[in-house]
Design a binder for this molecule. Structure first.
Ligand code: ADP
Ligand code: MG
Length: 262
């Protein structure tokens, strides 16, 4: 459904993505794991065209959306195709970034009304359905600051879903939350996965990655070092770099007395 082909990205002299190729099938849940600074967020941002690429191609349903090679100039194919593509790809970030001056309901309806041209009554109806899905039907008229971090993040997920995306990208969406609030957000993500949503999930929640993903992608130093089924990845990693990463997680878990789910 969405495919990166040999994507390279530089920040000045820093080579942040090195020939990254990734193919995500419809309905697939791919977890992306790896040490901090390995390029996970940059890859997701390229998948949503929030970041320009220096070389490589992104395809959606086999049609190139973005190609960087015309005249050596970085250029989107057509502005309109970029917009259409963005609407298909929802993204949720570590910081929820709800609109502080809008109610929960208005946070969810504003983009469908103003970007997709949905009527206010249809958007409101959809928003209530989505709030029920994320377990917050009682909070429609609350303000963001009245919600816990976990609740705000669930509203952010509902807001992204309101655009009816075909793929959802999640970038460490539980990393800023108090530990007791992580589970409620992961439960929503698990429900989405069970419903067949295509998802790319950057996460440190190894329990979630193992149980919910169809595939794990391990990144280090701007490259995809290894990918495989959760069982293969956790039980029989092929690369030394992967084994080091898993060992360091295991070590940290031991030091924390088993607090990190593995
Ligand atoms: P991860 O999400 O795996 O922690 P990132 O994709 O955020 O990694 O970052 C990959 C590398 O690119 C890091 O070295 C980071 O410092 C660098 N980087 C990310 N964004 C920028 C930016 N906007 N400007 C300069 N360097 C950046
Ligand atoms: Mg990141």
């Amino acid at each position: 459904m969405i495919r990166l082909e040999r994507v390279n990205k530089y920040f000045g002299s820093l080579h942040a993505l090195k020939d990254v190729s990734l193919d995500v099938a419809k309905g697939e849940v791919v977890s992306v794991v790896g040490p901090s600074g390995s390029g996970k967020s940059t890859m997701l941002r390229c998948m949503n065209l929030l970041e320009t690429m220096d070389s490589g191609t992104i395809c959606f349903d086999d049609a190139p959306v973005y190609s960087s090679l015309q005249d050596g100039v970085r250029r989107a194919d057509k502005d309109r195709s970029i917009e259409a593509f963005r609407a298909k790809v929802g993204m949720v970030f570590q910081s929820f970034n709800l609109f502080a001056h809008l109610s929960v309901l208005d946070n969810i309806t504003v983009a469908p009304i103003h970007v997709r041209g949905v009527s206010s009554s249809d958007a409101t109806h959809d928003a209530h359905v989505l709030l029920e899905k994320v377990g917050l039907q009682a909070k429609a008229h609350a303000w963001p600051h009245q919600l816990s971090g976990g609740q705000q993040q669930r509203v952010a997920i509902a807001r992204a879903l309101a655009m009816r995306p075909q793929v959802m990208l999640f970038d460490e969406v539980t990393s800023a939350l108090d530990p007791e609030l992580v589970g409620e957000v992961l439960r929503v993500m698990r429900t989405l996965a069970d419903e067949g949503m295509t998802m790319v999930v950057v996460t440190h929640e190894m329990g979630f990655a193992r149980e919910v993903s169809d595939r794990i992608v391990f990144m280090a130093d701007g490259r995809i070092v290894e990918e495989g089924s959760p069982a293969a990845f956790f039980e029989a990693p092929q690369q030394a770099r992967t084994r080091d990463f898993l060992r360091s997680l295991w070590e940290r878990n031991r030091q924390l007395g088993g607090a990190v789910s593995l």
